[in-house]
Design a protein around this ligand. Structure first.
Ligand SMILES: Nc1nc2c(ncn2[C@@H]2O[C@H](COP(=O)(O)OP(=O)(O)OP(=O)(O)O)[C@@H](O)[C@H]2O)c(=O)[nH]1
Ligand SMILES: [Mg+2]
Length: 1050
């Protein structure tokens, strides 16, 4: 087939019923790009011979070198299915975990997905992730089981064994879908119950509990993959073949005279052919017969491989070629590599592109089939429900569902990422053959220019030069039109993620359009779409307009859109829900230019990089370092390469990865380091004991630490006193229940919830896991409270400063609660006579209860945290203006110090970032994998054998600090047979105490006086302190005496 012309594609774009927007998703290396190659070749864009070898959509050099895809890229293809012509907007996505954000950007723009699974490896961790992503975005998947040739050539399975194996893989995939479905049904049911409960007040007594989970009624049969449903293709992309059972059903219905419908139902499953009775019967397994699928389908393929590749039987091949009616060129049949001949035969007999594309056209929805549920999900940002949106906004739902391209519907576009292309590669700047007239014109121009140049002075030249350094990279938005027609040069509103249509509709005059100048509406701006493009893999084609339902590229948005955005001509349009990113950016490195003078270039380059990558973050740390945060090692490498070669174009040097830690406190341990109960042993180390005592009852004239850990600090001017206690928050998901009518709660930015100023009675707060640092203050009733509230800001600032960097190694705190148990403020005049003064304390009966749910521990002290009533004493004459005076500054400092001391009064621990890591390995290399994991402080969670293969799946957790080079080391030690997938999962308390020294007899016996066995926490802490230039308590020469004695004795 020849190259599809641009006009054809433009014509097809106008018929949304025949458009399919789809992406290819899979685990890394399962063959997405190879499959895409076959599909691209079917349009004549690349040669069929190169399909599978070229990996056309991997356009970056490093993608080709490493052999993995790093970004998602789109291409528009044309396909004729029966009498219908289809336009397929295909997006290839990366499978490596580090780039899973690219998958999110692709999935958002599609209505369907091809999920590729390797026939040998089966369902892998990323397969599950992509299935979940497709599920969350409500897009419909179809399945391609790829690399079937490996079952023949590598595993040397018989066709019968291969059939059982394929059945298992289907079961695995369906199990994942099943889990997703059940969890959704259960969630919906819980939601429904909650609403019912709210509506009916309390449950009435005679109600009987309904224990059906709702699963019985829910129909899920359409969700599963099954060859007889037509949503599964078996393929070998590298050899260019693929089939669905439909194809074979057609072939055999003609040859054997059996109805196609019968064959469709029986070709997959427990059916066999009874040759005598000429009937298809059930129960192949029980009777020990060959299932129909093996006999009619697999056996043919197996014998073809056997004849062409294994035995290289020329005669048989010729027979097959004539019986299949395919044409083989002489040079193919003479080729020394039998695979060439094989793919020449297979790609004509069972072309993979035809099998996959007809499945896509038949089974995946068109943009017109978008469900109302999906639209509502896209439009309801955050916790807002769709029905709470303004009326005008709700009406837009119709525009989505209609997907109309008429003039009077609003234009709605979603930009899921920005990508950079070389400005020279843009179609406007591309060189094309010139016509005679143009050549003549140019000649004229050149003559003119020459004359000008002679006349012009130096100034003109310099002017031209300053105008020259145009941007070398242009940003194109990767987007989809959901409604209306996008025209070149059209003006649209850019809606920021926090944009609120309700607010804007109140502020804007009616019939307001984007071509008017923008009034002051928060998070709203205007821009014009300077150019629009058709995305064709490595190339772009300029278009004049794009109708609804298509994927497109938009130029000229770089000033307005950072990474993703919603564009619309209607201000009633809400911003779309943010993309679901599976990966968290965790690996950070500091970057500096080789030559300090090139700093501005680096800053600019990093800004561009930030825009061009959906997941990378760029920030400037307090220390002034420019820091790049990435999802993993491979991602980091790509970002650095990009920075060096494209965005900054300078030599840069990157620091070693900066490993993040968190500081926390824990409840006093009950046993010591040798598992003896504390308090029973004799303390032997006098010095250490002294140290301990000093830390427990420290006091100076402004600071008092009582043995229970309550720290009382007075500001230097003695105006204010705060008493703070640090309390460890229970691990796991914490739910706080506050039974108190006024209370201020701040989760600091680690958990990003800020509840201020008051919480209503009986409110429940969820903190996401252990991440919260909470500051709370029991509030007071009455007018007196206002003065204290004026100083709230200072207290919060002090708290925030304290939680930003802890005393151990200046890393942020986590999972700590600071309870302010007393807080006094006095006027300056009366400050000296504080004690003799009559106390007008406002004491309230605040009872704060913190209930912990979902955590197995009972928390005796958690209930007691706040039961101390807060008191506040103050002179009524403190003017509220004081909060701007020096008092507030001192209060900030005092609060910060008090928090720090309170923190130090408790047993302190470091928290390490942890990866979960899934490794697939064969039995022979299992031992080596464990070796590497053990060396790097990894902990194996479980290990299981993958059914039907000799592979083991090991699931482990590994500290991020130990993970650099881990993947490489595993690969080297196992000669490439195992490769891990690392994903950030959680923060974990390191159990060893960095300040630990032996104090009891047993500990001395066990660890020796110097306790010089490695203390991992101390090692980490010192490494961070050293990096930050803080004081590190370390002896440089440990055993000096010994050495001297040795040398003397000689
Ligand atoms: N034997 C065999 N190998 C295949 C087949 N399809 C792809 N491969 C090989 O598998 C490797 C990975 O293929 P890709 O297409 O790059 O895989 P991918 O899924 O795009 O990988 P990422 O984009 O990195 O996630 C390549 O070496 C291919 O040659 C197949 O059908 N059979
Ligand atoms: Mg790929």
């Amino acid at each position: 087939m020849g190259h599809t012309s641009l006009d054809k594609i433009i014509a097809l774009q106008r018929n949304p019923a025949n458009i399919r927007n789809l992406c290819i998703l899979a685990h890394v290396d399962h063959g997405k790009t190879t499959l895409a190659d076959c599909l691209v070749a079917s349009n004549g864009i690349i040669s069929g011979r190169l399909a599978g070898k070229l990996r056309y959509l991997d356009s970056r050099e490093d993608e080709q070198i490493r052999g993995i895809t790093m970004k998602s890229s789109a291409i528009s293809l044309h396909y004729r299915n029966g009498d219908q012509e289809y336009l397929l907007n295909l997006i290839d996505s990366p499978g490596h975990v580090d780039f899973s954000s690219e998958v999110s950007t692709a999935v958002r723009l599609c209505d369907g997905a091809i999920v590729v699974v390797d026939a040998v490896e089966g369902v892998c961790p990323q397969t599950q992730v992509v299935l979940r992503q497709a599920w969350l975005e409500n897009i419909r998947p179809v399945l391609v089981i790829n690399k079937i040739d490996r079952l023949i050539m590598e595993l040397k399975l018989t066709s019968q064994e291969a059939y059982t194996h394929l059945q298992k893989i289907l079961e695995q995939v369906n199990a994942v879908t099943g889990t997703l479905f059940t969890s959704k049904v259960l969630e919906e049911r819980a939601e429904k119950e909650k609403i019912e409960e709210r509506e009916s007040g309390t449950l009435s007594g005679d109600q009987v509990y309904d224990w059906s989970a709702g699963l019985e009624e829910a129909d899920d049969s359409h969700l599963y993959f099954s060859p007889d449903q037509g949503n599964v293709v078996f393929a070998s992309a590298i050899d260019g073949w693929g089939f669905s059972i439909q194809q074979f059903a057609h072939i055999y219905s003609q040859r054997m005279g059996i109805k196609t419908e019968v064959l469709l139902k029986t070709l997959w499953g427990d059916f066999y052919l009874n040759a005598k009775a000429k009937k298809i019967m059930k129960g192949a397994q029980a009777k020990g017969k060959k299932p129909l699928f093996v006999q009619l389908v697999l056996d043919n393929i197996w014998s073809l491989y056997d004849a062409v590749v294994t035995r290289r039987d020329k005669e048989k091949v010729e027979k097959v070629v004539t019986s299949l009616g395919v044409k083989v060129m002489a040079r193919d049949s003479r080729h020394s590599d039998p695979k060439v001949l094989l793919s020449a035969i297979c790609s004509q007999w069972l072309p993979v592109s035809q099998a996959v594309l007809s499945m896509v056209c038949e089974k995946l929805p068109s943009p017109l089939d978008m469900t109302a549920e999906r639209v509502e999900k896209l439009m309801s940002v955050g916790a807002r429900r769709f029905d709470t949106l303004p009326q005008q906004t709700q009406e837009l739902k119709r525009a989505f569902l209609q997907c109309s391209s008429s003039e009077n519907v609003p234009v709605i576009i979603f930009v899921s990422k920005m990508f950079a292309v070389d400005t020279k590669a843009l179609p406007q700047n591309r060189q094309r053959p010139l016509t005679q007239e143009e050549i003549a014109q140019r000649r004229e121009l050149a003559k003119q220019r020459h004359a000008d140049r002679m006349a012009a002075d130096q100034r003109a030249a310099s002017l031209q030069e300053s105008a020259q350094p145009a941007e070398e990279e242009t940003f194109i938005a990767f987007a989809r039109v959901y409604s209306g027609v996008v025209k070149k040069g059209q003006r649209v509103f850019v809606l920021g993620p926090k944009y609120d249509p309700a607010q804007a509709l109140n502020m804007l005059p009616e019939k307001y359009s984007a071509s008017d100048c923008v009034p002051e509406v928060p998070h709203l701006s205007c821009c014009s779409m300077e150019s629009i493009y058709l995305l064709m893999g490595r190339e772009l084609e300029e278009l004049e307009e794009v109708p609804a339902g298509n994927v497109l590229g938009v130029g000229g948005l770089e000033e307005y859109v950072l990474k993703s955005a919603t564009l619309s001509t209607s201000p009633a349009c809400p911003p779309f829900t943010p993309l679901n990113f599976e990966a968290t950016a965790i690996v950070r490195v500091a970057i500096e230019p080789k030559h300090p003078s090139e700093m501005p270039k680096l800053v600019r380059g990093m800004r561009l990089l930030n825009q061009a990558d959906p997941c990378a973050e760029v920030l400037i740390q307090e220390t002034g370092e420019h820091v790049l945060v990435t999802a993993g090692e491979v991602h980091l490498q790509r970002c650095l390469d990009d920075l060096r070669d494209r965005f900054a174009k300078i030599e840069i040097s990157a620091s070693k990865p900066i490993i993040p830690f968190r500081e926390t406190v824990i409840r006093p341990p009950k046993v010591d380091m040798v598992n003896e109960e504390l308090g029973k042993q004799h303390k032997v180390a006098i010095i250490h004991q002294m140290k301990e005592e000093a830390s427990q009852g420290r006091s100076s004239d402004t600071l008092h630490v009582d043995p229970s850990g309550l720290v009382t600090l007075t500001t230097p001017n003695r105006l204010a006193t705060v008493s703070v206690r640090a309390i460890p928050l229970p691990q796991g998901k914490t739910r706080m229940h506050i039974d108190q009518f006024k209370m201020t709660i701040h989760f600091n930015k680690l958990c990003c919830v800020l509840c201020h100023p008051t919480m209503s009675k009986g409110k429940t707060i969820d903190s996401p896991g252990t991440v919260a640092n909470i500051y709370y203050k029991v509030g007071e009733a009455g007018a007196q409270a206002t003065v204290l509230r004026d100083f709230d800001n200072s207290i919060v600032s002090g708290f925030q400063l304290a939680t930003l960097s802890g005393p151990m190694c200046e890393e942020p705190l986590m999972g700590v609660c600071f309870s302010i148990e007393r807080w006094d403020i006095q006027s300056s005049a009366a400050s000296q006579k504080q004690d003799s003064m009559e106390k007008d304390s406002i004491s309230n009966e605040a009872v704060v209860e913190i209930k912990v749910e979902g955590s197995s521990e009972t928390t005796p002290q958690a209930g007691g945290i706040a039961s101390g009533p807060s008191q506040a004493r103050r002179r009524p004459d403190v003017s509220s203006a004081d909060c701007y005076g020096p008092v507030s500054g001192q209060l900030i400092a005092a609060m910060k110090e008090a928090c720090r001391h309170a923190f130090q009064a408790q047993p302190q621990r470091l928290m390490a970032a942890m990866y979960t890591c899934e490794i697939m390995a064969t039995a022979e290399v299992l031992g080596r994998v464990y070796g590497v994991l053990g060396k790097r402080e990894g902990r194996v969670l479980h290990e299981e054998m993958k059914e039907g293969t000799d592979m083991f799946i090991i699931k482990a957790v590994l500290p991020v600090a130990e993970s650099f080079g881990f993947a490489d080391e595993i690969r080297k030690r196992t000669s490439g047979l195992a490769s891990p997938q690392l994903v950030f999962s959680h923060w974990e308390v390191i159990s060893s105490d960095p300040y630990w020294v032996p104090t009891t007899e047993e500990e001395y016996l066990h660890f020796g006086e110097k306790a010089d066995s490695a203390n991992q926490a101390l090692k980490y802490m010192n490494a961070v302190r050293r990096r930050k230039g803080l004081y590190v308590e370390e002896k440089i020469v440990e055993h000096a005496e010994k050495q001297r004695t040795l040398s003397k004795n000689k």
